[in-house]
Ligand binder design. Structure first.
Ligand code: PHB
Length: 330
């Protein structure tokens, strides 16, 4: 009787991932989900003698949904590990993984503050806007940019991109002539691009999230900004590899600092891109790696704990893990 009631799933490790699979940022969630699938296709669904039972939930990018779904996953489904998505969702889930002492792998958020001492069960396999924006600020200052206008998507990762870029660029002697915020939902970039152009910058620094790069590029070209002699720079988000083939020539000459290119020339990446395209019919972008590498981190941690799912043990096992990712060695 005991075996019948508890035995069947005793060897499973449940992993619950909360992603935006509908709504404006659905392409972001779909990239992560596809990255996870490629990982599990390649490495199997068993690790350390346990079967991985993956549960994916759609929060539509709405943090109240993320919170409710994460609560259900932790309390009812008793997931051993939770995967978090975009910044507002990851912020909503953080306190729950702390309360439940549940390992929480942040697969999308690019906002530095999401990982903080109040939420010790969170680790990140994505990136930060600060990393990318600081590097491109220094590059711009060294390569002739003096007057920069900033166009940023108006939410936490955009605020970080602007803050870090502004600090690094002004420290290097440059000037910010205008900072313009564009709403995150259904953005119309045209009026904001006109304002940026009117400020007469030599360089435009832009952050839009993955999946908005195609719309941005189209409106950039429609406004004639690609021919206005203004240099375009940004974090890697503005050359989203999934949008890039549809952008035409308007993005030629753009310079970005990012974490990934689908063209990265390594055997690991070539295999990843080929498998990903075959399985999904679209190209992997930098976002997908948070899912792929996130699964790898979970598998490696479970190997180290020999299948034990205690949150503290898992998070400790995750820290310092190194591997050859499609994006390069990390
Ligand atoms: C985020 O959720 O912080 C995020 C999402 C998509 C991006 C960048 C940041 O391209």
């Amino acid at each position: 009787g005991t075996l019948a009631s508890t035995g069947a799933f005793a060897q499973d490790v449940k992993v619950g991932v909360v992603l935006p699979l509908t709504g404006g940022l659905a392409p972001v969630g779909k990239q992560v989900q596809a990255g996870i699938k490629i990982y599990m296709d390649k490495h199997g669904t068993s690790v350390a003698g346990k079967k991985i039972d993956l549960i994916v939930k759609d929060d539509a990018g709405v943090p109240d949904n993320s919170k409710r779904l994460a609560q259900e996953l932790i309390v009812n489904d008793k997931v051993a590990i939770i995967g978090s998505g975009i910044t507002p969702s990851a912020m909503a889930i953080g306190p729950l993984s702390t309360q439940g002492k549940t390992a929480n792998v942040v697969m999308v958020s690019g906002t530095s503050g999401v990982i903080n001492p109040n939420n010790p069960y969170m680790v990140r396999t994505s990136f930060t806007l600060g990393q990318q924006s600081g590097i491109i600020a220094e590059w711009a200052a060294k390569n002739g940019s003096k007057k920069v206008a900033i166009v940023q998507s108006d939410w936490a990762p955009g605020a970080e991109a602007t803050a870090v870029f502004t600090e690094a660029f002004t420290k290097a002697g440059g000037q910010i002539v205008e900072t313009i915020k564009v709403p995150l939902a259904n953005p119309d970039f045209a009026p904001f691009l006109q304002r940026a152009r009117d400020a007469n910058p030599d360089t435009l620094f832009v952050f839009v999230p993955a999946s908005q790069a195609g719309t941005f590029a189209k409106q950039f070209a429609e406004r004639g900004l690609d021919k206005a002699g203004i240099k375009l720079i940004g974090p890697g988000d503005i050359v989203d590899d999934n949008d890039l083939p549809g952008m035409g020539d308007s993005m030629l000459g753009v310079v970005t600092a990012g974490i990934y290119s689908a063209l990265h020339n390594s055997p690991t990446n070539k295999e990843y891109v080929a498998a990903f395209k075959k399985a999904n019919g679209f190209r992997p972008n930098f976002i997908s790696l948070g899912g792929y590498d996130g699964m790898h981190l979970m598998y490696e941690a479970l190997k180290k704990t020999q299948g034990k799912t205690d949150g503290d043990a898992l998070v400790n096992a995750m820290k310092g893990t190194k591997w050859e990712s499609p994006r390069g060695p990390i």
